[in-house]
Design a binder for this molecule. Structure first.
Ligand SMILES: CC(C)(COP(=O)(O)OP(=O)(O)OC[C@H]1O[C@@H](n2cnc3c(N)ncnc32)[C@H](O)[C@@H]1OP(=O)(O)O)[C@@H](O)C(=O)NCCC(=O)NCCS
Length: 145
């Protein structure tokens, strides 16, 4: 059975410490993304999904921008393949629906394309490099629940 966790939506001010810990571990240390590219002023304008273990450990996160762009989806290595990423995406997609967004998009790392396809995202255009990693744009049209 998968380990239990909770996902909540937080602002950057409230979640910063834990959000930083996850993204530092996953993007900066594991994937080699330069710190100056990882941290931006956009975080303060986003709604963030934060997954925590029942003992309060940081497990995973993601963010949605005011323009419907979803990004920084990350799950700590020991928590992968247990549907944490799915729960984070569902929280962000619900937020997008509640704001009446008609479409959301991601810049998907190519290895994660099947993950985004599992929500119905469709690839758009050619692959491109960002922060030293191969990406492709993907879009999802939202239907109301
Ligand atoms: C991508 C990531 C967020 C997925 O999180 P996760 O919690 O492991 O994903 P889930 O358990 O919810 O997986 C849901 C589905 O996505 C797909 N999937 C997940 N990880 C995948 C991977 N590495 N490769 C291919 N498909 C994957 C599978 O279809 C999976 O369904 P299944 O379990 O029935 O096979 C996680 O692997 C991660 O943090 N990777 C490092 C950071 C990263 O690359 N983020 C994406 C930036 S664009």
């Amino acid at each position: 059975m998968s380990n239990p966790f909770t996902v909540s939506l937080v602002c950057w001010h409230d979640g910063e410490l834990l959000l930083r810990a996850i993204r530092e571990a996953v993007f900066i240390r594991e994937q080699g993304v330069p710190a100056e590219l990882e941290w931006d002023e956009i975080d303060a304008t986003c709604r963030h999904a934060l997954a925590l273990s029942l003992s309060g450990d940081a497990v995973g996160c993601g963010r949605i921008l005011p323009n419907g762009h979803i990004g920084r989806i990350s799950v700590m290595p020991q928590w992968r393949k247990q549907k944490v990423g799915t729960a984070i995406m569902e929280a962000l997609l619900n937020e997008a629906r509640s704001r009446d967004y008609k479409i959301v998009d991601v810049d998907a790392q190519t290895h994660a394309v099947p993950f985004y396809e599992s929500f119905g995202f469709i690839r758009q255009g050619k692959e491109f490099m960002d922060a030293g990693l191969l990406h492709v744009k993907m879009k999802l049209e939202l239907k109301p629940h």
